[in-house]
Ligand binder design. Structure first.
Ligand code: ADP
Length: 568
């Protein structure tokens, strides 16, 4: 029952509020509309309710997901309108048990101490609790009382949304301080507070959404900027992340991709962290992380919103797309340049074949007549020698032409089964002697059970010979020449590696072009590697080169194995 001995009545009444004479509602809504952290909003509103309720103290309990937030303001203590998070295990005091029970619906009020609104009042907290209410699930002693320094307490339930519930507690030091009229007034305050809270939650959600969209828009703009390098884009993107989070001042961000790290200035691993993986083609390539770097507690146990998890997942997805399209572009441009190179080689090949055909005729005539002239009787010795030089030069020219024809794939191949191990173990006698003469150690490593390839054996020998000749010429002071076969289904591979002079980037770019040579006129024609390229391509294979100036070169030749080709 409300006590009759009420001495200190509030100076404001419910009709004052409803008549609009007071600006309590406006104040509340103004607080709700401001862009301030939730904890500040709740603290300010608590003080506002205290001043408008005329009570000695006001307390708010709010239940949000797994968090229970609690704040108290009192006329006795300045600055008491602070909000705390209380853990569920902290309900040892009877008062807290009662509040927790009210929050979870376990507090069953006595009909004479409750209103239609669901509020419960305690006229004298030193009297047994059972007079006003009981806890449904708890065996409280008969004489249990709330105690404490406030003897009158009004407990108004807040049920403003599905996810949120709470309590507004009005406290007075004297006993029996709540009568029907006053309870009605305080319930009106509670109802206004519920509205303001709903408004604040909706506003805050809207603001979060705007921040998220601004961030996503910024990322999309940055990703499609053609002027920025990939690294610069990631630097810009990482700087766009903290402002999209609930506590931007405390947030820092880091993006890691394939070991490369992009982070906001002063990044520090913090106790609160949210992250999302960056996956491309099912493979984990990195992460996006947001950390709250300082140790100060937050209003909630988990300061990250569900929406923020979706946002960070979305951002990781956008970054993955950026990497994916960059890599696809790189592969495309490599393919394009390979095509251009192949086109150029084919054009040169055709031209060379035409010229070679035209020159073959007159060269054979020169050679034939030179040999005939040498056989003539009584020619002076010097003339004999000169004619010999003509014949020698014509032979050299004819060799070049033969190579040109091979390069242009004009010579008909004679294909059969070829074992690459046999080629490097049994067919290189000539080079063994050459190596030992030039102080070059010849190492041969063969793959066991290497499949055969379908090839023109003489052409394969030419490939190997050309590569070995180049390797030996690159090691004028000796070194190591390694020939190694291997099998990476469906490819039979041959590696020719030397420890010679190596090549500059510019030389490496041009080596497969016909007539490209860095050697003296007598040493090289510039056709060796073009011929090798032509033969390898005509066998459906590939050739690649790796080289470091001053350290050596490695040629990797691959041919499709006969087994795999026949299976296909
Ligand atoms: P040539 O040997 O007649 O010059 P190639 O087509 O065989 O013609 O080679 C072209 C050029 O490639 C060479 O002049 C040389 O500069 C470079 N080259 C080829 N093989 C090697 C190697 N093993 N080490 C260093 N440079 C090489």
């Amino acid at each position: 029952m409300p006590a009759r001995e009420t001495r200190r009545q509030p100076s404001v009444r419910s009709e004052d509020i409803t008549n609009g004479r007071l600006d309590f509602s406006q104040h509340l809504l103004r607080h709700a509309a401001q862009d301030k952290p939730r904890i500040d909003f709740l603290s300010d509103v608590l003080m506002l309710i205290l001043s408008h309720s005329g009570c000695h103290a006001v307390e708010i309990w709010l239940k949000e997901k797994e968090d229970t937030l609690r704040g108290e303001a009192s006329t006795a203590k300045q600055g008491m309108g602070r909000f705390l998070i209380i853990s569920d295990s902290n309900h040892d005091r009877m008062f807290e048990k009662v509040c927790a029970g009210a929050l979870t619906g376990l507090l069953v009020p006595h009909p004479t101490c409750s209103t239609r609104y669901g509020s419960i009042w305690f006229d004298d907290t030193l009297k047994p609790l059972s007079r006003a209410a009981r806890l449904a699930d708890d065996q409280l002693p008969e004489d249990a009382c709330i105690g404490g320094r406030y003897r009158s307490i009004l407990l108004v339930p807040l049920r403003f949304s599905e996810e949120h519930s709470g309590l507004l507690l009005f406290k007075e030091r004297g006993r029996g301080r709540f009568n029907v009229e006053r309870i009605g007034y305080l319930e009106t305050i509670a109802a206004k507070f519920e509205l303001a809270l709903l408004h604040q939650i909706a506003q805050a959600r809207l603001r979060e959404r705007v921040k998220e969209l601004t961030c996503l828009y910024g990322i999309a703009q940055t990703a499609s900027n053609p002027v920025l390098s990939f690294e610069r884009k990631l630097e810009v993107i990482v700087s766009l992340l903290p402002p999209a989070w609930q506590y931007p001042d405390r947030a820092c961000a880091r993006i890691t991709i394939d070991g490369a790290v992009f982070q906001t200035p002063g990044f520090k691993d913090g106790p609160y962290r949210q992250n999302a993986p960056i996956c491309i083609g099912g493979r984990l390539r990195g992460t996006v992380e947001i950390h709250y770097r300082d140790e100060r507690p937050f209003l909630q146990k988990n300061p990250f919103l569900d929406e923020e998890q979706s946002l960070i997942d979305n951002i990781a997805g956008q970054i993955a797309q950026m990497i994916d399209s960059r890599e696809t572009e790189a592969v495309k441009s490599e393919l394009r340049s390979q095509l251009i190179r192949a086109d150029r080689l084919a054009a040169i090949g055709q031209l060379a074949a035409g010229v070679a055909h035209e020159l073959n005729e007159p060269l054979n005539t020169i050679l034939g007549f030179a040999q005939l002239a040498q056989k003539a009787q009584g020619i002076p010795e010097q003339t004999f020698k000169d004619i010999g030089k003509i014949a020698e030069a014509s032979l050299h020219a004819r060799n070049i032409i033969r190579e040109l024809l091979v390069f242009a794939r004009q010579a008909a191949p004679d294909r059969g089964r070829v074992n690459m191990n046999t080629i490097i173990m049994d067919e290189l006698n000539l080079f063994e002697k050459l190596c030992s003469k030039s102080s070059v150690e010849l190492r041969r490593i063969t793959e066991k059970d290497l499949p055969e390839i379908t090839a023109d054996k003489s052409q394969i020998l030419q490939v190997v010979s050309n590569l070995i000749v180049n390797a030996l010429q690159a090691m004028p002071d000796g070194g190591v020449l390694t020939l190694e076969t291997s099998y990476r289904s469906p490819w039979v591979c041959l590696m020719v590696e030397d420890t010679g002079i190596g090549m500059s980037e510019e030389v490496k770019e041009n080596i497969f072009l016909p007539f490209f040579t860095t050697k003296d006129v007598n040493q090289g024609t510039g056709l060796g590697l073009s011929v090798v390229h032509g033969i390898v391509s005509s066998h459906g294979g590939e050739i690649r080169v790796e080289s470091t100036e001053g350290k050596g070169s490695r040629f990797l030749v691959t041919f499709p194995s006969s087994e795999d080709t026949s299976e296909k």
